[in-house]
Design a protein around this ligand. Structure first.
Ligand SMILES: [Zn+2]
Length: 61
């Protein structure tokens, strides 16, 4: 499982989160101030494997 780095927009604290590829960051909270939706930080990691298309199941009609 990859580790992602996030930065809180409120207190600017950086923290790392271990999460699966498909994980959504919408439920993440800052461990310092509890603010929601931290910004993902792209460090020296090369972006690898974007793989499958994200939207493949719209389920409309
Ligand atoms: Zn914070």
């Amino acid at each position: 499982m990859p580790i992602y780095e996030y930065q809180c927009k409120t207190c600017e604290s950086k923290f790392e989160v271990l999460q699966s590829i498909n994980a959504d960051n919408s439920e993440l909270v800052c461990p310092d101030c509890g603010a929601k939706k931290p910004a993902k930080v792209f460090s020296s990691f090369a972006s690898i494997g974007n793989g499958k298309a994200a939207a493949c199941d719209t389920g409309s009609t």
